[in-house]
Structures are given as C-alpha cells and as structure tokens.
Design a protein around this ligand. Structure first.
Ligand code: 2AM
Length: 177
C-alpha cells in the first residue's frame, strides 16, 4: 500500500483552509486538493508491504513529540512540481525535530528515504494554468498541529483519496512535567 507520514488537520481546519484559500487558489487555475485531503507531509514512503506497517507504527510510537505551532502566511507556486501550496512564515524547530526523529526511525528500520529536502507545505492545487509569484495570505492561518498520522493513499476515479490508518496525538508542551 502507498503510505506517508503527515501532520493531519481535523476536518474543521481542512474546511477552513480550503475555503479561505479559495479565491487565491482559483485564480491559479489548477486542480484543487479536496478539503478532506489537505495535510502536511513529513515523509513520503511510497509502496510499503502490509507486513511492514507494524514497524512504522512502532517507530512513530518512539518519535512522538509536542504539538507544533505553524503560521501559514503565503501561498507559493512551485514551478517544477507544478503545484500551489500553503507555506509557513518560518521554519519551526519542533517540526524539524519530528521530521528528523522519524527519519532516524525509518533509516533504522531499513526504509528507503526520499531524497528531496524537507520543505514544510500543504498542497492546495496541482497542474496550474496561471502560476504566480508568492501570494501573501491575509489573515494568516494559524494552526496548532496536534496529530501525527500514517496515511494511506489510494487512487479513485476522481483522484487520490488519503485516509489515516494510524494516528498519534502530539502533546501540548505544557502537558509535559
Ligand atoms: P506534494 O503534495 O508535495 O506532492 C501524498 O502523495 C503526499 O506525499 C503529498 O503530500 C506529496 O507531496 C507527498 N509526496 C512526497 N514525495 C512524493 C512522491 N515521490 N510521490 C507522491 N507523493 C509524494
């Protein structure tokens, strides 16, 4: 099955991102990501044998971290990937830590890692007809990411459908003693 690790927003957040970015994204003329598919990928794993899923859940158990505060303040168009995405205002130490912890766990468990450099983003649309330079998003979208998910991607007649197969709560920093 095709799997990836992601920070997974709740349905209300997905809807909020979808509708508040609508006017800007529609002007780019691409295929929009449905609200229910919006997420922030941490590690794309590709095809994984079902027998390896427990290794993934174990390494995520070990990597679980604090919740992560992000502020998305712009929409960027990435020419090479031909997509438009939400981008955070700044790199977040907590996010890099979680990405690195998962990377260590994946390497240790023998998973082949993606070569591309991690750049936090939420893909809003693909196949853009009118890409533009970065568009400021106002008001910015503040998000406390509190759920790490192992997500399955399946192809349907209308495009990919993403569904979390396992989730881990990220504790609030104050919840730690
Ligand atoms: P993207 O939005 O930047 O394309 C599911 O496909 C998720 O995994 C998407 O968020 C996608 O990122 C990410 N991903 C990373 N590498 C990928 C790859 N080689 N093929 C498909 N998706 C990939």
């Amino acid at each position: 099955m095709r799997l990836f690790f992601a920070l997974w927003p709740d349905a209300v957040t997905q809807q909020h991102w979808f509708y508040s970015s609508g006017p800007l994204v529609n002007a780019l003329g691409g295929n929009r990501t449905p609200a229910a598919n919006l997420h922030l990928t941490l590690h794309f794993l590709g095809e994984v044998d079902g027998s390896r899923v427990s290794a993934l859940t174990r390494l995520a158990d070990a990597a679980v971290a604090d919740s992560i505060d992000l502020r998305f303040d712009r929409i960027e168009c990435w020419r090479k990937a031909d997509l438009a995405c939400l981008r955070p205002a700044a790199e977040t130490a907590g996010l890099s830590r979680l990405v690195n912890q998962l990377a260590d766990g994946l390497a240790h468990a023998g998973f082949v890692m993606e070569k591309r450099q991690f750049k936090a983003h939420v893909t809003l649309a693909r196949s853009l007809r009118h890409p533009q330079a970065a568009l400021p998003l106002w008001p910015a979208l503040d998000w406390r990411a509190d759920t790490l998910a192992l997500v399955r991607s399946r192809l349907s007649a209308t495009g990919p459908v993403y569904a979390p197969v396992a989730q881990w709560p990220l504790a609030l920093p104050s919840a730690k003693g």
